[in-house]
Design a protein. Sequence first.
Length: 132
Amino acid sequence: MEQYDFTDTGNAKDIYGLLDCMSEKELEMAREAVRNIRETAQLAQFERYNAWFDHTLLPIFKEYAQMTSSLLQIERDNGTIDVLFRNSGGLDITENCKGMYMALMIAVHIFMDSDAGDAVLALTYDCCRIVS
């Protein structure tokens, strides 16, 4: 049996009492420390997201691009990843592409078009919405 207990909040609530007793200078130092902690946490989240993407979605995209003889382009920018498939013969997602179904479901934006005679499928992923 697995059990996950989130009922004990620990000492997190104690921080409010501590803040009430601080001087302005101490509050400014605490504010800076909290900002640093938050930046470190966001960087760690971004790194976890990239690792998750590389191990989970990227192999699916490579397999699909190979199966459809498509050009695959990946662009990473500030917590979002844009994935682009381009194929002159069209893009079909069949029952053999089960990973692509999942990948489509978690994309925050899906764009389909044709460009210079090529079928184009663009998917956007946002790290803040997937991995925490």
